[in-house]
Design a protein around this ligand. Structure first.
Ligand SMILES: Cc1cc2nc3c(=O)[nH]c(=O)nc-3n(C[C@H](O)[C@H](O)[C@H](O)COP(=O)(O)OP(=O)(O)OC[C@H]3O[C@@H](n4cnc5c(N)ncnc54)[C@H](O)[C@@H]3O)c2cc1C
Length: 591
């Protein structure tokens, strides 16, 4: 029995009707691709998720990676699955053909990522971080670094990691202390990092660590941080694997979830200094690392979507099977799916999952336009939109995942709470998603500060105008009346909160911080409403002509989202605009 099946119908509906794939396929970069090929790849990715990755999920939760001789041995089954992942070429899916990649459109990568993350979050963290590292090296590495490392990472033969965090430097990376001392054509790195995901394992030939460190004469703060590539194994002159580098994993953390993913302490340079190579310019490392972090932030959003879908599938199966109580029109004991409150909870899950999926795939489509459009204006607009939506996708999808994985437990009652069903694992595994890659608080500060106040609200107002531009089309069909009204109210509420922020932010130093998470969640909720409105319009326009059941179901979830989820926008807007006083008034000693 499998406990997860890729929701291909909704994935493909989103890819075809809502992700902007038609436009993306017109770009020169994708001249060789068509929608059939994208469909085939996504279907194969779904099979890999169900057949190979999903069976690892529960055993992976129960096992623990072992540390032997300052190295990590992965939990049983992961090395074999990784071998198959590499053999199928999955790591190369969206990587540039220049480095041996398939160069598929980003939305194919997003859909594959959703289904793989859903199948086994712990496993997929390794390829996700490798993708981010590839992205960063491609953007900032010298030609020699790109040519030396990218082909082996693209194949999946070598994995990548992200080494930022130190005990005193978590959200605040300005206080990183790991040192880098120049020595000939390389640097010697010394210091210690904590919480490094897949910092070591025994299933790839090499591991390429991207490490933030400081040069001896570096200025203090973020302007003194540089980025280094530190391989686990150094390379011989011919590119073959050589000597062991001075980077080890003395221990891994014991933690709430994602048990199979080793969260490593990393010791650099305990035996004289690990050899590292500069990526980008000296002292500009944080900006380079942001390429990886932004990529990973969208990836973590996909994790939120994936784990929510997995939790939903389990809860739905339980609700169809479990009999309890009486229900109108049902003889004898009724399966709990007949109870309105169970249906409500399942719909809170289903409707938000669909909204998140549409928002995430849409963003993946826009990201392709940003990277590869030949039209300057289109590229510029896409870059602004992706920057605006990145914290929303990261934080809103992962915060909603907390609600949905918790509902997954609630729907299953006591059986949800005990470990044997797997529902509790979804909650535990998903709990990290609002913490790593920048907590929700940090995403929200980025959203209100860099993405709204810095451009005086221009980008978000453009988005609001675009959302409102659907109004005439929504008015044309009575089946969309509820989402039309909800979107109209939601965009007004979002606009009011943005206006409040732009007025209060500059005059009250605590205004933005007090409003930020509510404002971000408001934006996420309304973006979800906008995407559901687009989905409803696509159905009315005949996007699924031969599938009345899917079309009816989609119109139902759109309406549910309008009536049950969109009203949250009002509460979020009120809290966002409540002012800093209520948050700051209580004296510290009274907490
Ligand atoms: C399982 C796991 C895997 C991880 N993987 C990696 C990895 O691969 N690579 C890596 O480098 N790191 C990794 N991390 C580290 C992770 O990114 C950090 O834990 C995270 O950024 C938060 O930092 P912190 O834990 O120091 O919390 P802190 O920064 O101490 O934050 C504590 C609380 O204070 C809030 N806070 C902090 N500063 C502010 C502020 N200015 N304004 C408002 N609120 C604020 C935070 O939102 C949070 O709620 C991982 C962590 C875990 C637990």
């Amino acid at each position: 029995m499998t406990d997860y099946i890729a929701p291909l119908k909704d994935m493909l509906f989103n890819i075809h009707a809502l992700s902007g794939l038609d436009r993306v396929l017109q770009l020169d970069r994708y001249a060789e691709f068509d929608t059939e090929l994208v469909d085939q790849v996504v279907e194969e990715a779904g099979k890999f998720a169900t057949d190979i990755l999903s069976p690892l999920n529960i055993p992976g939760d129960r096992a623990r990676p072992q540390v032997v001789d300052k190295g990590v041995i992965a939990v049983p089954g992961f090395a074999e699955a990784y071998g198959q992942f590499v053999e199928n070429g999955w790591q190369s899916l969206v990587v540039s053909p220049e480095y041996g990649g398939m160069g598929m459109p980003g939305v194919a990568g997003a859909a594959a990522s959703e289904t793989w993350q859903a199948a086994c979050l712990s496993f997929m963290l390794a390829p996700m971080l490798t993708s981010g590292a590839i992205h960063c090296i491609e953007a900032h590495g010298s030609e020699s670094i790109r040519n030396t490392y990218l082909p082996n990472m693209t194949s999946g033969g070598w994995t990548g990691t992200m080494n930022l965090t130190e005990p005193q430097a978590g959200s605040d990376l300005s206080v990183v202390t790991t040192k880098a001392v120049p020595e000939g054509d390389h640097y010697r790195i010394t210091g210690s990092k904590i919480f490094i995901t897949w910092g070591d394992q025994d299933f790839s030939e090499n591991i390429i660590h991207l490490v933030l460190a400081r040069l001896p004469d570096a200025p203090e703060g973020v302007r003194g941080i540089s980025l280094f590539l530190v391989p686990k194994f150094l390379l011989n002159a011919d590119g073959s694997i050589g000597e062991r580098n001075d980077v080890y994993t003395p221990s891994v953390e014991h933690k709430l979830g994602i048990h199979a993913s080793p969260t490593c302490v990393m010791a650099f340079g305990e035996n004289g200094g690990a050899v590292g190579y500069l990526v980008g310019e000296e002292n500009k490392g944080l900006a380079c690392m942001f390429t990886m972090m932004n990529h990973a932030r969208l990836g973590v959003g996909m994790q939120g979507l994936g784990i929510s879908e997995r939790a939903y599938q389990l809860a739905r199966a339980f609700a169809m099977d479990r009999k309890q109580g009486r229900a109108p029109g049902v003889k004898g004991s009724a399966t709990i799916i007949h109870h309105p409150d169970i249906r409500r909870m399942l719909l809170v899950m289903k409707s938000q999952i669909e909204a998140m999926r549409t928002a995430a795939y849409y963003t993946a489509g826009v990201e392709d336009l940003w990277h590869y459009s030949g039209d300057d204006a289109e590229r510029e607009a896409a870059s602004t939109r992706v920057a605006l939506l990145t914290p929303v996708i990261k934080a809103w999808l992962t915060e909603v995942a907390q609600e949905l994985t918790s509902l997954g437990v609630q729907i299953q009652g006591g059986m949800g709470y005990v470990e044997e069903t797997g529902a509790a694992q979804h909650m535990r595994d998903g709990r990290i998603l609002t913490i790593y890659e920048g907590t929700t608080g940090i995403q929200a500060m980025d959203f209100v500060g860099r993405k709204i106040m810095a451009d005086e609200g221009k980008a978000i107002r453009e988005l609001i105008v675009e959302m409102r531009s659907l109004d005439d089309a929504l008015a044309a069909d009575a089946r969309l009346a509820d989402i039309r009204a909800a979107l109209s109210a939601g965009t007004d509420q979002l606009e009011s909160a943005v206006r409040w922020l732009l007025e209060q932010g500059p005059v009250d130093p605590n205004a933005a911080g007090s409003a930020s998470v509510n404002l971000l969640m408001l934006a996420g909720t309304v973006v979800g409403g906008w995407q559901m409105a687009r989905a409803g319009l696509a159905i009315i326009d005949g996007a699924m002509p031969n599938d009345a059941a899917f079309s009816d179901a989609k119109l139902s979830t759109v309406r549910f989202y309008a009536l049950h989820i969109m009203p949250r926008a009002h509460g979020l807007a009120m809290a966002a605009m409540a002012g800093a006083d209520a948050v700051m008034a209580l004296d510290e000693t009274l907490f």
